[in-house]
Write a protein that binds this ligand. Sequence first.
Ligand code: HEM
Length: 400
Amino acid sequence: MNRPPVTDWTADFDHLDPTFVADPYPIYEQLRTDCPIAHTDRYHGVWIPTRYEDLAAIAHDHHHFSSRTILVTDRPESPHDLGFHAPPITEDPPYHTDIRRLLLPVFSPKVVADYEPITRAMANDLIDGFITDGGCDAATDFAQHVPIKVITRMLGIPDSDHAQFRDWIHRLIEESPIAGDATFEAIFEIGGYLAGHVDQHRTSPRDDIITHLLEARMPDGRPLTDEEILGVCILLLLAGIDTTWSAIGSSLLHLATNPDDRRRLRDEPDLINSATEEFLRVFAPVTMAREVIEDTEVGGCPMRKGDRLLLPFPSGNRDPEIFDRPDNVVLDREANRHFAFGVGIHRCLGSNLARMELRVALQTWLERIPEFTLTDPDAVTWSAGQVRGPRTLPFAFTAG
Ligand code: HEM
């Protein structure tokens, strides 16, 4: 669809406008100052709260703000109305509480710790593939593959289909606001692919998430339906890949273009945990959406049943009311209550896993490739939509 360029961000916001996709932060800064809860008539009308406190209040209030709409699209219907469920992220209590509880054990700190050596080996294998070339595309040759390899192994499906996952993710997350039927075709295709794997697990159970879902029971004792199992698996593929890929890529881009931080993190490896949190704060990739299900008011703005909102966690993470020097990367920042992983009942279930993947990817990269640079800033491209991260990162290096 042809969209006029945005000329007034306070009244005509568009998260797919090329200016916003290239650099959303000055726009969020302007909105936090001039119009903290902006509105646009695009996408059938959307509110855009940008301050930390308002975002937190909305994310905590599932009585007024439903997750039946988590993606803002050109369609007037919510994904729910169109039959799309990816539990628990698309659901509200009480069902949300029950199905989320079933997933907690598969992302526990213990399970994630068990995956750390495997993740490190995978990151090293990837680097082996290009380290003698003197350069690579760090987004497509490295960052993308780390989460794909880990989540496919956890689910119990082959990672050899990664090009296919990438295509589905692109169509579902990046193109879904505008793509219409192609989005539904992607859901249909991914569902068909996963259904075959679920059937195989039924006859030969293994130690993986699909088997866990087949054996799980809801509080009333019933097993999950095939639709529920497929919905959860689709969510884990979508939520686990694009997000972490974006976080790893943005962090590497920062280190490639900020030699002081690169050297400091290399020379003071104990900073890795606070640095990881800081990268998550400054480059938070995920913006969610909600739908108002009961008339309410936020920050003096009346919101009506049926209204949609974007929840730009990346804007809250740079709110100067909460964070000192909000646009700067401070590798040893101490107070860092960011909400890259959201807040409230939908707070990211995979946050332990995401943190581990980001930390291990950065540690492994810095150990193997201590000096690296971005060869062409103009060649960097960014994903559009509600998950933001670099999709092309041409790097040059000499092997460490
Ligand atoms: C840096 C990487 C990641 C970021 C920034 C991120 C961010 C988020 C955010 C902001 C939410 C809240 C959604 C809302 O409020 O509606 C969320 C939910 C969720 N995330 Fe993540 N995520 C990441 C990685 C992962 C990984 C690796 C997995 C698992 C494989 C995962 C699984 C989930 C699930 C299942 C939910 C839904 C929780 C619920 O609805 O109760 N995420 N994530």
